[in-house]
Ligand binder design. Structure first.
Ligand SMILES: Cc1cc2nc3c(=O)[nH]c(=O)nc-3n(C[C@H](O)[C@H](O)[C@H](O)COP(=O)(O)O)c2cc1C
Length: 220
């Protein structure tokens, strides 16, 4: 199947970079580490392409009454018209960004043990029946199978001790569950922990994460 991406036929492999941090490029740990991977990945083959979806700069459709009408109409298989059809078309357009990608790189700051609300907004808007999953009569079947997901999880402090990962991680654990829901089986996680304890600790946290990102960029 030929995937049309931004009006052009896609020739080489394609990467979708989802930016979850509103901090500036060059400062945000999640963007910094993700970019190491993306630069390495792109440099392997000149036919490869990448597209950035920054959840803080993208006009995400309000997930309000109209969008919910679209969601429930899709679940019920009911035809949509007017504003409901319009929002559904925008949701499908965003879904295409995921389908067009062979590799999805998500840069995700930990916020209050979870993920930033704009990233959750994107996920709630786009994770829809006939967009990222279908039903086979009994089960939900994700339609992003075959894609690889890399989650760059940035954290101000390390989990553990009084904050055991098992109880306090609503960042990586949630995104792994989402990946399963949409059919992505290959998930790689790179964590950058301890970015909040001054420039030296921040640099020490980023160093190995950047290295892991470059290594992954060579093999994905
Ligand atoms: C609203 C908010 C909530 C945060 N909550 C947590 C948290 O629960 N645990 C943690 O380790 N760090 C927390 N942090 C710190 C960030 O995870 C840390 O600064 C990280 O580097 C952010 O990623 P970025 O540099 O890519 O933006 C929080 C930061 C903000 C702005």
């Amino acid at each position: 199947m030929e995937v049309i991406f931004n009006g052009h036929a896609k020739s080489g492999r394609h990467l979708l970079h989802i930016v979850g941090s509103p901090r500036k490029e060059g400062i945000a740990a999640s963007i910094d580490v993700a970019e190491q991977l993306i630069e390495t990945w792109l440099s392997q083959d000149s036919s490869r392409t990448a597209y950035t979806l920054d959840v803080w700069k993208t006009d995400l459709p309000d997930f309000d009454g109209v969008a919910l009408e679209a969601k429930y109409a899709s679940l019920a298989g009911v035809e949509m018209t007017g504003d409901v059809a319009k929002v559904w078309s925008r949701i499908n357009e965003m879904g295409q960004l995921f389908h067009a990608a062979d590799v999805i790189v998500m840069g995700v700051p930990m916020w209050n043990f979870g993920i930033p609300y704009r990233l959750k907004h994107l996920i709630d808007a786009v994770t829809q029946k006939n967009v990222l999953y279908t039903f086979d009569g009994e089960n939900l079947v994700g339609t992003l199978g075959g894609r690889k997901l890399v989650i760059v999880a940035a954290r101000g402090a390390a989990l553990g001790g009084d904050y055991p990962e098992k109880e306090f991680d609503f960042q990586l654990a949630y995104l792994r569950t989402w990946a399963r829901m949409v059919g992505i089986n290959e998930v790689h996680a790179i964590t950058v922990e301890g970015t909040l304890f001054g420039p030296e600790a921040d640099a020490a946290a980023r160093g190995p994460a950047r290295e892991s990102a470059r290594e992954l960029g060579l093999v994905l």
